[in-house]
Design a protein around this ligand. Structure first.
Ligand code: IPE
Ligand code: IPE
Ligand code: MG
Length: 244
C-alpha cells in the first residue's frame, strides 16, 4: 500500500495552507547563495500544486512572500521578484490546462507593476476554472489584512452601510472573503511559528510541522501531512463523546 492509498478521499481537508520555509538554509547547506534555494523551491511548489489537484483538494494556499520579507537584502528581494515573474510566465499554460484557478491575496500595491499586471492577467484568465483554487499569499501579513478590514468596516459603519459587526461580517472584509478557512496548516523547515500568516483564518486549523526544508518537500510529504490530519480528532470545543 502506498502512502497515497492511505488517504481517505472522503475526508480530505477542504483547504490546505502552507508556510513554505527553509529555502535559504537548503542552499547554504550546499554551499550556494540563498537564491539557489528559492529557485529549487519552485519544483516543490509545482509538485505540491499537482498533488493537491490530483487528490481533489478544494483550496491550496501558499505563503510565498510576507510583508516582513521586504526587510531582506535588496538583492534577495530583486532575485525573488524576478523568479516570481518568470515562474508566473512559465506556469500560466499549465494552470489553464489543469483547470486551476489562481487567486492572489496580499498587498498588491507594494509589488512591482510588471508582476501585478501579469498576476491580474492570469487571475482573470483562470477565474472560471472549476478545479483546484490555488491561493498565493504575496506581500501578505495577517495583521495588515486584519487592520485593513477593520479600517474598511469603520468607514462603512460611519456611512451607514453596515449597522452591526459580527464574525460573519468581519470575514467578508478579509482578503479571503470567498475562501473557506484552512483545515490543515503545514510549515516546513522545523520552525514552530506562524510568522503572521492567516491569523484569523487558522483559528481551528490543525497544525503540521515538518523538518523538511521547502525545496525537498515532495508529494509524499503532503500525503503524510494529510494522513496525520485524518487521524486527529477535531473537537471544536466540544467533548470527545459529542464529536463521535
Ligand atoms: C522561505 O525560505 C521563502 C521565503 C520566505 C521567501 P527562506 O528564504 O525563509 O529560507 P530560510 O528560512 O532562511 O532557510
Ligand atoms: C515566512 O517565512 C514567510 C514565507 C514563507 C513567505 P520567514 O522565513 O519569512 O519567517 P520567519 O522570519 O522565520 O519567521
Ligand atoms: Mg525562513
Amino acid at each position: 500500500m502506498t502512502l497515497k492509498d492511505k488517504i481517505i478521499t472522503s475526508k480530505l481537508p477542504k483547504h490546505v495552507a502552507v508556510i513554505m520555509d527553509g529555502n535559504g538554509r537548503w542552499a547554504k547547506e550546499r554551499g550556494y547563495e540563498r537564491i539557489f534555494g528559492h529557485q529549487n523551491g519552485v519544483k516543490a511548489v509545482k509538485n505540491t500544486v499537482e498533488a493537491a489537484a490530483e487528490l481533489g483538494i478544494g483550496y491550496l494556499t501558499l505563503f510565498a512572500f510576507s510583508k516582513e520579507n521586504w526587510c531582506r537584502p535588496r538583492s534577495e528581494i530583486d532575485a525573488l521578484m524576478d523568479l516570481m515573474a518568470s515562474t508566473i510566465n512559465s506556469e500560466t499554460e499549465t494552470l489553464i490546462k489543469n483547470n486551476i484557478r489562481l487567486i492572489i491575496i496580499g498587498d498588491l500595491n507594494s509589488l512591482p507593476d510588471k508582476i501585478v499586471s501579469k498576476l491580474r492577467e492570469v487571475t482573470e484568465a483562470t477565474k472560471n476554472n472549476t478545479g483546484l483554487k490555488l491561493v498565493i499569499a504575496l506581500s501578505y501579513s495577517a495583521r495588515w489584512e486584519i487592520t485593513e478590514a477593520a479600517g474598511k468596516i469603520a468607514e462603512d459603519y460611519k456611512t451607514g452601510k453596515i449597522k452591526e459587526v459580527d464574525e460573519k461580517l468581519f470575514c467578508k472584509y478579509l482578503s479571503t472573503a470567498e475562501i473557506p478557512d484552512p483545515e490543515l496548516l503545514i510549515r516546513t523547515s522545523g520552525e514552530y511559528r506562524l510568522s503572521n500568516f492567516l491569523l484569523w483564518q487558522i483559528a481551528y486549523a490543525e497544525l503540521f510541522f515538518t523538518k523538511t526544508l521547502w525545496p525537498d518537500f515532495s508529494k509524499e510529504d503532503l500525503y503524510q501531512a494529510i494522513i496525520n490530519f485524518q487521524n486527529r480528532e477535531r473537537r471544536f470545543g466540544k467533548t470527545s463523546e459529542q464529536t463521535d
